[in-house]
Design a protein around this ligand. Structure first.
Ligand code: ADP
Ligand code: MG
Length: 223
């Protein structure tokens, strides 16, 4: 379960400026739930996702994921937590163009120092499952949009995360790729994973496997 208690994040880009990105957010997401975070650009979606993933710390309030107080963990523990529980799919994928497909997919495992054979087995499994094995030695910059999408999804799943977080995953995709992505989410949901997607893409509205839609405006939950 994911619990956000009275979560506030204020950015201070310089000493004269304070930007309240989110304010007093309270939210619980149960294991296996699929939740949509909806809201205009600047409403605080990415801020919430990065706090859940332990990529940043709140100004006040707490984030509890699987009984761990993520917001209170030192950074190195937060990253170990992330590698264990979270699969993150970033807007525009965040792939490294000059690394090969397999090098990109292996990145989340690097800090875990897995035995080579174990890492190879996990790599083979996700590359086969997401149909990108045949391109494993190709540099990511030479792939089509659809292939890059499969690399990003494979990378997010190599650690078998219980929680999948996607930040505007279809923002730059054509309709066919967006629908393919939605199919993949449906499959992950059927495996019992918790899924949180930030989006304002209408293709996500009224999905039969979406349990809840949370709407944000100016850093607050409005419905
Ligand atoms: P969304 O993902 O819904 O577009 P964000 O969470 O990215 O919204 O941003 C919420 C608000 O916080 C916006 O006003 C944005 O400009 C601001 N913001 C986000 N990240 C930073 C940052 N690193 N420094 C300063 N302001 C930020
Ligand atoms: Mg965003």
């Amino acid at each position: 379960m994911i619990v956000l208690n009275d979560l506030t994040k204020i950015y201070t880009p310089n000493k004269y400026t304070q930007i309240t990105a989110i304010q007093n957010i309270n939210l619980q997401v149960n294991q296996g739930e699929m939740v949509l975070l909806k809201g205009a650009s600047g409403s605080g979606k990415s801020t919430i996702l990065s706090l859940i993933a332990g990529l940043s710390k709140p100004t006040s309030g707490e984030v509890i994921v699987h009984d761990q107080h993520i917001s209170k963990l030192p950074d190195d523990f937060a990253s170990t937590f992330r590698q264990t529980y979270i699969g993150f799919i970033f807007q525009k994928y965040n792939l490294i163009p000059n690394l090969t497909v397999q090098e990109n997919i292996l990145l989340p495992l690097v800090p875990q120092n897995l035995e080579t054979n174990e890492a190879k087995a996990l790599l083979h499994e996700v590359m086969t499952h997401f149909k990108i094995e045949h391109k494993k030695d190709e540099m990511v910059k030479n792939l089509s949009g659809g292939e890059q999408q499969r690399v990003a999804i494979a990378r997010s799943q190599i650690n078998h995360p219980k929680i999948v977080i996607a930040d505007e995953p279809t923002a730059n995709l054509d309709k066919a790729l967006s629908l393919h992505f939605i199919d993949t989410l449906k499959e992950l949901k059927s495996q019992g994973k918790t899924i949180i997607v930030a989006t304002h893409d209408p293709l996500f509205f009224n999905l039969d496997f979406c349990d809840r839609t949370i709407e944000l405006s100016n850093g607050e939950i409005i419905s």
